[in-house]
Design a protein around this ligand. Sequence first.
Ligand code: ZN
Length: 466
Amino acid sequence: MIPDRVTLRTDRPPRPSDRLWNAGVETLSQDRLRELQWRRLGPQLRYVYDRSPYYRDRLDGAGVRPGDVRCWDDFARIPVLTKEDLRQAQDGSLERLGHPFGGITCAPRDAIVRVNATSGTTGTPTLYTLTAHDVAVVNEMHARKYWRAGVRPGNVVLQALSLSMFTGGLPLSQGIMHLGAAVVPVGVDGGARRVLEFCRLTRPDALVATPSFALHLVERCPGVLGVPLRELGIRWFFAAGEPGGSELAVRQALEEGLGARVFDHTGGGHAFHGITCHAHDGMHFVSGDHCVMELVTPGSRAPVALDDGAEGELVVTFLAWEGGPFLRMSFGDVVRVRTAPCPCGLPGLRFAIVGRADDMLLVKGVNLFPAAVHGVLAAFVPRVTGQFRIVLPRPGPRVDTPLRLRVEQGEGLARGAVPGLEAEIVEAMRSRLRVRPAIEWVPAGSLPRPEHKARWVEVEPGGAGS
Ligand SMILES: [Zn+2]
């Protein structure tokens, strides 16, 4: 068994005046953290090899047995696992054994206490299986994030994310409770009106939502509650599920609309956790004692060194993890890392999620993420609403130039102001993203609003098969 609780906080909670939930781990230098990871990697590899026939076949197939891994370069020879691989392992298990726990699940079935899933927006959801120990790890990581942002027992956190099965659902609720704060798990199924009604009823100190949904709440609040959302006393906004929270213009719009300090954070796949600090220069990676982070080149999957400013597809490996540990798993996120010291004084790697590898478009050989377009346009609010679509004649990633961008005009924008605004947006896109779009203007409110997660790319009807 793996249980290794030494880096989890199991004694009394910190004093409210303590800056960190678990200072002993959260102040480790990158070198010390790397040593800890290395110490945990060997037992983790032997554990998955001994207990999961699926992993054993993969490692044997790649010719990398646990005993062969003597340095990080050896480790990087293990093939990257994808959601598609997991789906196949899951389906195989259901077919052969009649249950889904025959893939990467390593713990005995009677030790599994929670099953979660990916959002499943593309294809069959993939399952996560956790033991009580793994749940404790996730709880700890959530507590580390919210504590360093300033949340304490006595605060109320309203959770307006999709709750069903998703890691931002019940696992996040449990993490907030573990910290000792009060969670209001309102979810998003009742739409903006219900979330706003619970803001009025519970007066949350903190709101957790996607940036696009939060901006939608800002837009709707005066109509539903009769006051601007910024007057409800929310002090923290935690952006999740989309990269927008790290974009300067999106963050400013959120700060303004909510009257709150804005933090970007993630808890991707249970063991990979990060949160921004007041410097907003990337999310601090807070779960390095239970997760190894690597970057690879999208496509070739060649390792990319974790140097300051490096960008690549994120690959994670869980450490001291029992249920269904991920071994060199990619969820398809592309991240950029920062290793330079942070003004906040806390050590360790920082990262920003710049987009999804499968959302990445190629415009004349230049990488373009829809989230980056969102970031550029957000700076032009209120002259634009911030709603837009990238219109593709056929599915990407390759895009015929010019890139077609459908943009909503801001409410009450004078007709004569459009050409000048268009020139400004084209110039901002050119200088920041190296792409010169062709803009098609549409009236305010004409593009369908996202339910809880933005969809920014639209393939024209008839374009899918061509
Ligand atoms: Zn910092």
